[in-house]
Each structure stands twice: as structure tokens, then as C-alpha cells.
Design a binder for this molecule. Structure first.
Ligand SMILES: *[C@@H]1O[C@H](CO)[C@@H](O)[C@H](O)[C@H]1NC(C)=O
Ligand SMILES: *[C@@H]1O[C@H](CO)[C@@H](O)[C@H](O)[C@H]1NC(C)=O
Length: 611
């Protein structure tokens, strides 16, 4: 089968260390939970001191290959004696390196609240949680096969102490298919549970390997990295943003994935895949979103009551073994539920781990971003984490926001404990950003008032305002003059055109009529010019430009006269049937003058228009 047996400990029973024999375990009851991808050992140990000296610590060894997957270890004791149940207290646990012990073991020491005297006993509850302790077997499966995994441990409780009575029960997922399991004496399968024992009077370091091979289609969702950013705003919000880098850590998919087959019968053709995960968010979470690199994913569902908010996360495709996905979830929380004050300090009190159920996290980074101006920052976490500080800049920041970064490897649901970040904050700092905004707006307002005020003083009364107003009128009058002159020039052009028509048609009468009409129009326009020129004369400010305007009007009048003269000369010559060359000679000098005048008029228009 290719499964490696860890037989290394069979030899060590003989190495028993005599120095530890003061304690015996009068009863050990172990339960191993294999219903999800996370393996949980719950052990109840009845510890008895049969020596004469008080004992203050109990040693818990784990084989190295198990210890490397150990994510969480906690020991509690029930302090109340007999029937009166007291409160459970968590006991300090630390890694130790006792001398003269068998190799390939990792040791933990539990410190007892008070020394255990001669003949005394106490009950210890130990919880050990392991990640990656279930090995997919086979490692690769086609789409239509369920996922099977193996689990190895010992039927005997591995302990440096003699164990008088012990029991082990292994709990499998409900409705699982048990492929095989190690059968020892006193082995019993009932439903989805395998029981080993009771075994009596086992010497220290007893070890009897067992392997269980069974079906487990629970989501093997592993976050290889999760970055949680928790940002505090004293304006009433705690913003949580979580970036997940997820992989299905179970049996890898072998061969092609057929979506068609999957959609037809997802339970069978995708038994090992998971479609969704559930995140349990705090109550009153708001503005919840779930997105990946493509954008928002709207297939997620959100529901909740007064105690919790649940978000169902559904990736864009079913997740098969070895497949990856990256996504972000974000939500806002009411500040007053998470930020408190004590002894002149503020503190955040919030859960450490991921809100997603049954998620194994290889590396979790929690960043707490405090408001700008926070001081004396410290974090208090109930288990060991790596810790450092950073600065984050957002818009309007000047010195940046202090960030506490907490990093922990191998994180499971048991780490969803409250942790605290303490800091000092001057209330005036709270007003810094609004003050910046307010003062910004204030200056804008003042500037506006000053501008308006200046403008108001100009208006109505002041001389400069009158001057400005008059200048506008002068400009308007000049533009009107230019427009009239331009209309005159258009009439000139049309009159010239009638002469060209005449050489083609010989219609002298039509040509005469056109001249009469043009003359009438030009007289009208000249009448329109009069009041404009009178106005400009009355304006001292127009004094500079007026000569040019008058020159323009005079030149146009001259041009008009010369054009009329040319027109009558040509028409008369036609009536007298003069030859073409004769007519040209007769108007030659006037023609030249016309051309020069036209140029002068156009130049003047340009000059005046630019003023
Ligand atoms: C995604 O959803 C969030 C929260 O509902 C919203 O603020 C954001 O604008 C959305 N983005 C897109 C691209 O729709
Ligand atoms: C943090 O919150 C938890 C649960 O809400 C509470 O039990 C605990 O006492 C709080 N810790 C502190 C230091 O206030």
C-alpha cells in the first residue's frame, strides 16, 4: 500500500527513564476526531503522584512527525474537587528538552497550578489540534472518485508514565466508507467510530501503531497565506479586509476536468471538490463584499441574525484537489463593539483567526492599522506570534498610521481567540483630519468672500467698474462697426459680380438695377454706422482707437465711390458698344486704386479687430 509505518518507537519501550516514575496515569481517555481535514485529539488524563516529592509538571511527548503538524495545544484542569465543579483554568504549556529521553520526540511540559503532593491526583484535559495530518491515499484521483485519506497514530497512549487503564476512540465522518483499519485485540467498529481498548497496565512509552484508511470528502480548504487587515477609524468603523490564497489540499485531480459531467451529477462527478465555504462574521457586520481579481462575485449569499452574520463564499469554479483560488472578503464592523478604554488607553478586542469554518491556514498575517497619531502601541495575543511594527499611509496622512503586524504559522479555528491591541490616543489628533478639511474649506470660503467682496466694491459705484463697463460697450460698438463694414464689402463683391455677368449676358438693365439696389443698401448701412460713431466720440476711453475706426469708415466710403464710378463707366461703355480692350483701358487706373483701397480696408479691419 505504500503507507509508511512509524515503527521507530517500538524499540524505545526498553529505554524508560526511571526519574519520571513518580507519576502514574491512572486513567487515560483519548478521542481522536477525524471528521474534517483538521485532526483533533482530546485526552482526559487522571494524573496521580505515587512518589514522595511534590510534582509541578506533567510531560506530554509527541512523535516528531506529529509535532511538526501540531497547530494548537492546550491543557486545562478542573480545579474543583469531587462533585462540585469549579472553573476550568488554562495551564501554561511550553516546549522542553528533558535529558535521557528516547529520540525523535518533541516534549511539552504542562505546569500545574500547585504542586501535586504525595498520593494526590488531578484530572487534566488536553486538546491537541493538527493540520495536514490526514494523507490523501491515493494521492491522485479522477473526477468521479471520492477522496480517501489515511491517518496514523498509536493505539497506546505514548507517555513517559505508566498508564493503568486507557481507552481510545477514533471518530470518522458520518456515512463514511471505512476502507481499512488496523485490527488489534479489543478493536471494535460501531457506526462511524472505531474503539481500541480498554488496555490495562501498560509500561511507559508503549506504542502500537494503527492506520485508518477512509473516505473524507470534507472541504480540504487550505489558506497558504491569509492577510487580515483590521483598520480602526475613530469615526465609528472597524474595517476588516481579508486576502485569501487558497488551495484544495486533498487528493489531486487526475486527468481532465469535465464541467459537463460535473454539472450533471456534482455529488458523484465532483465528490472530492468543494463548491462553497461559509464565513461566520460578527453580528452587525455591514458593507460585506467578496471579490477576486476579476471583480465582485455576486453568487455569494449573506444572511444573519442578532448573534452572527453568515457569508457563503462560492468560488467561480468548483475546487478540486490541487486547484487554487485567490479572493478577498471585506466587511465593516461597528467601532463600539470592538474598541474599549481602560486606564487611559484604548484597546481593540477582536478575534485573531479567519471567520471561515474548518479552514487550515499555513501562514496568517494580521495587520492592525491604528489611527494616525496613536502612541505607545502594544499587542497582547494569548499564544505565541511573531510581532513587528509598520507605518501605513492613506490619503490626508502626514506621519502615517502605526500598524501592528502579527504573524503565525499553522492556524486553526482554535486560534479564533480574542486578542488586544492597546494604544494611547490624544483626542485632539482625532480632529486633525477634519480640521485639515475644515481649515481647507475655511480658506476657500474666505478666499471666495474676499473675491466676492472685491467684486462687490467694483460693482455699481466705483470708477473702475464704470470704466470696465464702458470698455465693454466700446468693444461692442467697434464689433458692430466692423460687422457693418464687412457687410458693405460683401455688397461690393456682389456688385463686381454683376459686371462679370454683364460681359456674359449683355443685360445692361439688370446690371443697372443691381447697382441701384446696392447703392440703397450701402446708404442704409452708412445710416447704421452714424450712432455708433457718435457713441465712440463720446467715450474718452475710445480716443485711441477712434482714428482707426474713422479711417476705416472713410476708406470704405472712398472704395464705395470708386466702385460705383467703375461700375457706371463699364455699363456706359457697354451701352456704347465699346470693345473689351477699350473698356479695360478706361478703367485701368480706377481698377488699381480699387485694389489698393480694398487692401487698406482689410488691413484696418484686422488691426481694429485685434484691439
Ligand atoms: C463591489 O462591491 C463593493 C461592496 O458592495 C462595492 O463597494 C464595489 O463598488 C463593488 N465593485 C464593483 C466593481 O462592482
Ligand atoms: C475581549 O472580548 C471577549 C469576548 O467578547 C471578552 O470575553 C474579553 O473579556 C475581552 N477582553 C478584554 C481584555 O476586555
Amino acid at each position: 500500500m505504500g503507507i509508511r509505518f512509524d515503527l521507530f518507537l517500538l524499540s524505545i519501550a526498553v529505554l524508560c527513564a526511571p526519574c519520571l516514575s513518580d507519576l502514574v496515569l491512572s486513567k487515560v481517555d483519548r478521542r481522536i476526531d477525524l471528521t474534517s481535514q483538521i485532526v483533533r485529539f482530546t485526552s482526559t488524563l487522571k494524573v496521580e503522584n505515587i512518589g514522595s516529592d511534590p510534582v509541578s509538571e506533567v510531560l506530554l511527548p509527541f512523535p516528531d512527525h506529529q509535532a511538526k503538524n501540531l497547530a494548537y495545544l492546550a491543557a486545562t484542569t478542573n480545579e474543583g474537587k469531587g462533585k462540585t465543579k469549579g472553573s476550568t483554568a488554562s495551564l501554561p504549556v511550553e516546549v522542553v528538552h528533558p535529558k535521557g529521553m528516547p529520540p525523535a520526540l518533541t516534549w511539552y511540559s504542562v505546569s500545574l497550578p500547585k504542586g501535586l503532593g504525595q498520593g494526590e491526583s488531578l484530572t487534566l484535559d488536553v486538546l491537541a489540534v493538527f493540520m495536514h495530518a490526514l494523507r490523501p491515499f491515493p494521492e491522485k484521483i479522477p473526477q468521479d472518485q471520492p477522496q480517501r485519506v489515511t491517518f496514523q497514530d498509536s493505539a497506546h497512549y505514548l507517555s513517559p508514565y505508566v498508564v493503568k487503564v486507557q481507552l481510545l476512540s477514533v471518530k470518522l465522518p458520518p456515512d463514511t466508507k471505512l476502507e481499512s483499519h488496523t485490527k488489534l485485540e479489543k478493536t471494535e467498529v460501531s457506526g462511524s467510530e472505531i474503539k481500541y481498548g480498554p488496555y490495562e497496565n501498560l509500561p511507559s512509552f508503549s506504542y502500537s501503531p494503527i492506520i485508518v484508511h477512509f473516505e473524507n470528502n470534507q472541504p480540504f480548504a487550505v489558506a497558504q497565506e491569509l492577510v487580515r487587515e483590521i483598520e480602526i477609524s475613530h469615526w465609528g468603523n472597524v474595517q476588516v479586509t481579508e486576502h485569501y490564497n487558497l488551495i484544495h489540499g486533498g487528493s489531486q485531480l487526475m486527468g481532465e476536468f469535465s464541467r459537463l459531467e460535473y454539472q450533471a451529477r456534482p455529488q458523484i462527478r465532483g465528490a472530492s471538490a468543494f463548491r462553497h465555504l461559509v464565513a461566520k462574521l460578527p453580528p452587525r457586520a455591514h458593507s460585506v463584499y467578496y471579490r477576486d481579481e476579476i471583480g465582485n462575485i455576486s453568487t455569494s449569499h449573506l444572511w444573519g441574525d442578532s448573534r452572527k452574520t453568515q457569508l457563503e463564499i462560492e468560488p467561480r469554479y468548483p475546487m478540486f484537489g490541487g486547484w487554487r483560488t485567490a479572493f478577498t472578503i471585506g466587511y465593516g464592523l461597528p467601532l463600539k463593539d470592538f474598541l474599549f478604554q481602560s486606564e487611559g488607553k484604548r484597546f481593540l478586542n477582536i478575534s485573531f483567526g479567519s471567520p471561515i469554518k474548518d479552514l487550515a491556514i499555513d501562514c496568517l498575517i494580521v495587520k492592525v492599522v491604528l489611527p494616525e497619531g496613536s502612541k505607545d502601541v502594544s499587542a497582547s495575543v494569548p499564544f505565541h506570534v511573531k510581532q513587528w511594527h509598520e507605518i501605513k499611509f492613506s490619503h490626508l496622512d502626514i506621519i502615517g498610521r502605526p500598524v501592528v503586524v502579527l504573524e503565525k504559522m499553522n492556524v486553526v479555528q482554535e486560534h479564533n481567540q480574542q486578542f488586544q491591541v492597546y494604544y494611547k490616543f490624544n483626542n485632539l489628533s482625532l480632529l486633525r483630519e477634519p480640521l485639515m478639511l475644515i481649515s481647507g474649506f475655511f480658506f476657500l470660503f474666505v478666499a471666495y468672500i474676499v473675491y466676492m467682496h472685491a467684486d462687490l466694491t467694483i460693482s455699481k459705484s466705483s470708477a473702475s467698474y464704470m470704466a470696465k463697463l464702458q470698455w465693454d460697450e466700446i468693444q461692442t460698438a467697434i464689433q458692430q462697426v466692423l460687422s457693418i463694414i464687412n457687410r458693405c464689402l460683401t455688397i461690393h463683391d456682389r456688385l463686381e459680380a454683376t459686371l462679370r455677368d454683364l460681359s456674359r449676358t449683355g443685360d445692361v438693365q439688370a446690371c443697372k438695377a443691381a447697382r441701384k439696389a446696392a447703392d440703397g443698401l450701402l446708404k442704409e448701412l452708412s445710416k447704421e454706422l452714424k450712432p455708433l460713431l457718435t457713441f465712440l466720440h463720446s467715450c474718452p476711453q475710445a480716443a485711441q482707437i477712434l482714428p482707426k475706426v474713422e479711417e476705416l469708415v472713410a476708406k470704405e466710403r472712398e472704395l464705395q465711390e470708386k466702385l460705383m464710378a467703375k461700375h457706371s463707366t463699364v455699363v456706359d461703355s457697354y451701352e456704347k458698344k465699346s470693345g473689351g480692350r477699350e473698356i479695360e483701358n478706361r478703367i485701368a487706373s480706377i481698377q488699381q486704386k480699387l485694389k489698393a483701397l480694398r487692401q487698406e480696408v482689410e488691413d484696418l479691419i484686422e488691426v481694429i479687430d485685434e484691439i
